[in-house]
Design a protein around this ligand. Sequence first.
Ligand code: AMP
Length: 517
Amino acid sequence: MIAHVGQYLQETSARWPAAPAIIGAETSVTFGQLAEQANQIAAALIDVSPLTKCPIAVLLPRAPATVAVFQGVLWSGHFYVPLDPQSPRERLGKILTDLSPLAVVLSQQDHLHLAPILPPHTSVIELEATLLSAPTDIRKTIQLRMEQTIDTDPVYLKYTSGSTGHPKGVVLPHRAVTDYIEWAAATYQLGPDDAIGNQAAFTFDVSVQDIYLCLKTGAPLYLIPESHFSFPANLVDYLSTHKISYFCWVPSVLVSVSKLNLLAGVDLPQLRWITVLGEVMPTRHFQYWAAHCPTATLVNTYGPTETAIASTYYVLDRAFEDDQPLPIGTACRNTEILILDEQQLPVSDQQTGEICIRGSSLALGYWNDPEKTAHAFPEIVHRKHYPEKMYRTGDLGYWNERGELMFVGRLDTQIKHLGYRIELGEIESAASRVVEIHRACVLYDASRQQLILCYESGRELDRGALRKELAETLPAYMLPRVLLHMPTFPLNPNGKVDRQQLQSHYLSQTTTPNGMA
Ligand code: AMP
């Protein structure tokens, strides 16, 4: 098995230089061009500093050149941190301060408005100018820097929502990605005749799977325009026109197609794999896809950012009642799932406990946060004779009578909203900073897919102004749709905010249109 993720592009570009690699809405590149662009980025980074193994922030949109940047970063001996240039500046500023990157790669047009939040001493690499600069032969330096990287070195760092209001940086090593990609490539058997349909943002780890399956197998990667996910009829046309044979999307996208019955009368004979990841897949909608895509195999995969991509998978092999939950299956190769009780000891057969994961896919920990790392990646208590770490997911699950893992829910207030992982505490912390808000509590209504901000304040605040203020710190997908004012919060006997009562209050308001935003 390879030790460095950057080898995939080296091998594939040597084998199929003229084959299409990444197809975006406006630009496309072959594997050869991707390698040339990666070379230019690597050269620019090597020029910046003799240091290696540093974080490089990539503030670029989901586009073919961004994939080249990721590879160039790796070839130069560093690791990349994908960030969304559209995120609120305050949030990005916080992340960049926490990260203190050696360099930031961004587009010329974003440079101006992002300049004020870039930390001092950070080198700036403008994408367009770098790609246009004269090519230099740095193959030997790249080879040397790659050889100096071992498979436990970081490959990327992804920021996820943090309950205290600060996003958490999850650091993944090379081996976590290669270990997973080798399994996925063998399982899905993709090759240059396939076509991968990417939905996930590059800040979300599902995209890691899309990118590296493409770079390893030579299957072109189609970056499906974001607008198609708001108009799912276009999405179905896209699948057909581009003969997409494999995709891994968040379940909410599949649901939006099935709710509108958009597959009726549509033939997608090239579609071989329909895989989902990231949140609970509603059974009825999964079966709808199965019924309309008879050539495809459907797979429900499960896993957190802290263990690269997916840790378990379930291949749909039988019919379910609409209200019967789908299994999340069994462990991917080289992964073990442990179901543990509150003392972190194994539960008895088929009992519910916390899903914990061990194996090569584990992250190294959280960036600059030894406490959170120690809490989330403790040693396995019942393996007494030698130390070994696991990841505590905070998810509850159990093994069913068939030996399949079932997802039950969460131990905390982390939710999935349209595929995005959100700690409700992060929104609460942003709301608490609004001067007139004394206390804030955020609820999630999964059936309506909406976030509800309950806030305690002397008066009802202007909705528009409150939204605007929240949008300064929170990305669009974290903005609450419902704003519920209360002069005082109900408390439980322990003096804590009574979330249950807030929930009832919200439900009573949803029937009165005035209570809705
Ligand atoms: P993320 O770190 O964004 O990948 O989110 C990981 C969390 O998403 C997990 O800890 C679960 O709570 C949830 N999740 C991921 N996949 C599934 C699935 N197939 N079914 C239910 N929940 C899932």
